[in-house]
Design a protein. Structure first.
Length: 585
């Protein structure tokens, strides 16, 4: 493994993953060997191995079952299914069976919200879990049947495309958009991208042409194109579909971007949860190399470009561009201090563009039809179309492509939503809209989104939704800066306290304080947006909180008096002055 990766530390994630596949886990002596071979201090290798949730520095079961734990999975009964599997295997969630056969746990959203509840078994995705499947799964594990021999239909992942527009109707042969872009020349093609008004589809909405221009003119020995396929925002799965059925368009968009900025190398960072896409994507790259669409002198021009795929290892924060670059360099995915920005100091400190999968795919349309054509689609400040990943309480979950400017009401009608209470836009980090806001429009000038669109009907309790999000952020905070590391943990404790019936207005005030603190002082977008949905839901669905606040006075979560009752009983000392309050029964 080390040989194949050239003892290169920047490939540490690949080295660790392949070693773990071979040995089952990353033992201390394995870390030693890897550190020596790549010439890094042991602590540096250990910090990477310890950062990612898909790397294991202690033995885990030979079967590792991870239940997807997005709110949409919960609405479909994932918790009950996980408990049923644990009961059948005589196991507690989060523990390894005593014989080392199996471990069962939960993981953050796996990008299968349109076909949940979902799970990963030895990192292979299984959709549409049912209690029958759980029964069979328990038998297959007990009989130690290799996962490769489990029923093939369990692993079938559907695209569920419900509405197509210009992007999903793309039907050009591989190489056609590239030929059009190359024929324009790099400067003219970049001008077309600027003219198009294309903005990044990952949520921030930065103008793509401006980003590419900044990178192109930045000095550096090499320039890099990075495709951010670390689609980790809860409720989004559009990139999964693009990478499954439109891989050529994505790779072609990367190649065009390389042409525009003067790069020879592209890197596609694929989230670890989409590992099942790795082989098909590698096969697509091989086909493109054979067809002369990657490599040297592409399509007879003086242009060399190739693409490498790197696999993430279960860290939501790596969707942040500088954390993703750190991860590509073999390090823990902790966001960098910016400036400098990646366009001047990115991968290996060289000028780098990081673009979302959908943004790069859209570049093919611009190469073929031109920027003016693209700019005419959508709304005034939001050119083109947007893919929405629709899930939750709808009759037809899946992928919907609309020109920017579509209203929430129209999306709900198309998806067959009835009796809708709320829509969570753009994942756990986004805004929650109540029914008086459904006339608003998906566009950067109104409701911007990276694509997640989760629907909740009047039968849902929004407290469950917010609790899921608060736990998600506490789990995914990278721990680099104190406001986010502590703030997300405090919020989790406060939400759990309110859920347990010990909440008071004091706890809501505490959450407000955390909100203000985290928004003003967090190092990156995760900490800044971790309380957005919490406060939307708190303002718009107040009764769900109020009915849980049992007391107007502060109530401690930890009841010291009650905790001492056993000691009092054992020592026989129970004088009245030793009690803080009336003892709880
Ligand atoms: Fe890490 Fe959170 Fe700080 Fe971002 S805000 S650097 S995720 S601890």
């Amino acid at each position: 493994i080390l040989e194949r990766h050239g003892h290169d530390g920047t490939r540490l994630l690949e080295i660790l993953r392949e070693t773990q596949d071979l040995l089952g886990w990353l033992a201390p002596e394995t870390i030693d060997t890897i550190a020596t071979a790549i010439g890094w201090p042991r602590a540096r290798v250990e910090s990477t191995a310890g950062f990612y949730s898909f790397f294991h520095t202690r033995p885990l079961g030979r079967y590792r079952v991870l239940f997807s734990d997005n709110i949409t999975d919960r609405m479909l009964g994932n918790r009950e299914l996980m408990q049923a599997l644990c009961n059948k295997l005589w196991l507690e969630p989060g523990r390894v069976s005593e014989d080392g056969l199996v471990s069962v746990d939960a993981t953050s959203c796996t990008g299968l919200c349109d076909q949940g509840p979902a799970a990963l078994v030895n990192y292979r995705a299984i959709s549409n879990l049912t209690s029958d499947r759980i029964d069979t799964m328990a038998e297959l594990i007990r009989s130690e049947t290799p996962v490769a021999e489990w029923p093939a239909d369990w692993f079938r992942i559907e695209d569920n495309i419900r509405r197509r527009d210009v992007l999903l109707n793309y039907d050009l042969a591989p190489g056609a958009a590239l030929a059009a872009g190359l024929a324009r020349g790099a400067t003219e093609f970049l001008d077309e991208v600027k003219r198009s008004g294309l903005r990044g589809r990952g949520g921030a909405g930065f103008l793509t042409g401006r980003k590419w221009q900044s990178c192109r003119i930045a000095p550096g020995a090499e320039h890099y194109v990075v495709c951010n396929a670390d689609e980790g925002e809860p409720g989004t799965f559009k990139d999964r579909v693009l990478l499954t059925s439109y891989a050529d368009m994505v790779f072609e968009g990367m190649t065009l971007a390389g042409f525009a900025i003067g790069a020879k190398q592209g890197l596609l960072y694929l989230r670890g949860e989409y590992r099942y896409l790795l082989d098909p994507l590698e096969a697509a790259l091989t086909r493109r190399r054979s067809a002369g669409l990657l490599g040297t002198n592409i399509q007879g021009k003086d242009f060399d470009f190739d693409i490498d795929i790197r696999l993430g290892a279960g860290a939501y924060i790596c969707g942040e561009e500088s954390a993703l670059i750190e991860s590509l360099e073999g390090k823990p995915g902790k966001p960098r201090i910016r400036p400098p920005f990646p366009v001047t100091h990115g991968y290996l400190n060289q000028p780098t563009i990081v673009n979302n999968v959908e943004t790069l795919a859209a570049a093919c349309l611009i190469a073929k039809h031109g920027g003016t054509w693209f700019a005419a689609i959508g709304s005034a400040s939001s050119a083109g179309t947007k893919l929405l990943s629709v899930s939750g309480d709808v009759a037809r979950p899946g992928i919907y492509e609309y020109p920017f400017g579509i209203s929430i009401t129209e999306v709900l009608a198309d998806a067959g939503a009835l009796n809708t209470l709320a829509v969570q836009i753009s994942g756990a980090a986004g805004n929650c809209l109540a029914d008086n806001e459904f006339g608003r429009r998906i566009a950067y000038e109104d409701v911007p989104t990276a694509g997640s669109f989760m629907v909740f009907n009047h039968g849902r309790d929004m407290f469950d939704v917010v609790s899921n999000f608060v736990h998600f952020f506490a789990h995914e905070s990278c721990g680099f800066c104190t406001p986010c590391r502590v703030g997300t943990a405090v919020n989790r404790r406060l939400i759990d306290k309110i859920a347990a019936g010990h909440g008071s207005p004091y706890d809501i005030d505490e959450m407000f304080k955390m909100h203000r603190l985290m928004q003003g002082t967090s190092h990156c977008g995760l900490g800044n947006s971790a309380t957005t949905a919490l406060f939307d839901i708190l303002y718009k669905f107040k009764p769900t909180f109020e009915r849980r606040l049992q007391s107007l006075d502060f109530e401690p979560r930890f009841d010291l008096d009650y905790a001492l009752s056993e000691a009092r009983r054992m020592t026989g000392r129970d004088d009245a002055g030793a009690h803080l309050t009336d003892e709880k029964s």
